[in-house]
Design a protein around this ligand. Structure first.
Ligand code: CIR
Length: 251
C-alpha cells in the first residue's frame, strides 16, 4: 500500500532551500502525479490518499511526514514550521495501518532524511533533522534497528544524496554526504553531471526513477536494473523527488 496526497493548487508557494523559484505548472503537476500513482499501482501498491490539504503548498510530499516501519509508524515533526500542519492528515491515513509514535519538540525530523535498509536506519542530520530527533527515534525503535546518523551538506535531505536500489545496493552522490558513513557498501555512483540523480524509489523489486537523469538511468540499465521512468519535472521545481510523494506501507 502507498499513502499519497493530492497536489495542492498552492504548490508554487512551496518551501525552497537549494533550488531557485521557477513557475510551476499545476495542471502538469496533476497529470504527473497521476502517472506516478499509476507507476506505484503497477508495482503492486494500492493507493490510499490522505485527506487533501489544498492550503498547504508542500502537502503532496508525504514522505517527510512519517517513517513507516513494520512495527510502528513514527510521525515526524517537520523541520520547516510551515509543514507541521501537514501532520494530522497523514497521521489519520496511517493510523489505520500502524501504531503511531511521534517525534516531539525540540526534535525536528523530515522523513526524507531517513533511509531504512533492512534493520539499519540511516538518519541525515540536515537543515531539517536534528540530533534530538535521532535520540527520540532510538528510543522508539532502537531495540530492533541499528540507527546511525550521517551528515548531509549541499542538498535538502539524506535521500537526495542516497537511496537503496532493489537489491539493496546504494545509489549515491558522495559529494553531498559527510564522511564515510556508507563506506564499504555496494553502491552505484550517480553520473557526475547529474548530482540530484540519487533519489530512486524501490518497491518490491521495481525501480521507479525520474526522467530527468538519463545518464544515471543508462548506468542503472547497463547494470541490469529494469527502470520504470516517471516525469516529475514540476515536483523537481518544488525541490521534491521520486521518493517524496509516497509513504510505502508493506503488509
Ligand atoms: C520542502 O522543502 O520541504 C519541499 N518543497 C520539498 C520536500 C521534498 N521532500 C523530500 O525530498 N522528501
Amino acid at each position: 500500500m502507498a499513502v499519497t496526497r493530492a497536489v495542492s493548487p498552492a504548490i508554487a508557494a512551496c518551501e525552497l532551500t537549494h533550488v531557485a523559484r521557477q513557475p510551476i505548472d499545476v495542471d502538469r503537476a496533476l497529470v504527473q502525479h497521476q502517472a506516478y500513482e499509476a507507476a506505484l499501482q503497477e508495482a503492486g501498491c494500492t493507493i490510499v490518499r490522505a485527506q487533501a490539504a489544498p492550503d498547504l503548498p508542500d502537502s503532496v510530499f508525504v514522505e517527510d511526514i512519517a517513517v513507516v516501519f513494520d512495527e510502528v509508524a513514527v510521525v515526524a515533526r517537520p523541520g520547516a514550521p510551515s509543514r507541521r500542519a501537514e501532520v494530522p492528515g497523514v497521521e489519520q491515513a496511517l493510523g489505520a495501518y500502524r501504531r503511531l509514535e511521534r517525534i516531539v519538540a525540540p526534535g525536528t525530523l523530515d522523513g526524507g532524511d531517513v533511509l531504512v535498509i533492512g534493520r539499519s536506519v540511516y538518519v541525515g542530520i540536515s537543515g531539517r533533522t536534528n540530533a534530538a530527533a535521532v535520540d527520540q527515534l532510538r528510543g522508539i525503535i532502537g531495540r530492533r534497528y541499528t540507527i546511525r546518523d550521517v551528515g548531509v551538506t549541499g542538498c535538502l535531505h539524506l535521500k537526495s544524496a542516497v537511496t537503496a536500489l532493489p537489491d539493496a545496493r546504494l545509489l549515491i552522490n558522495r559529494q553531498w554526504i559527510d564522511g564515510d558513513g556508507f563506506a564499504g557498501m555496494a553502491a552505484v555512483d550517480v553520473d557526475a553531471a547529474e548530482p540530484a540523480a540519487a533519489n530512486a524509489l524501490s518497491i518490491a523489486g521495481a525501480l521507479i526513477y525520474p526522467a530527468a537523469f538519463p545518464r544515471t538511468r543508462q548506468r542503472l540499465e547497463r547494470l541490469g536494473y529494469r527502470v520504470r521512468v516517471v516525469d516529475l519535472s514540476e515536483f523537481a521545481k518544488a525541490e521534491g523527488a521520486v521518493t517524496c510523494c509516497s509513504l510505502i506501507v508493506t503488509a
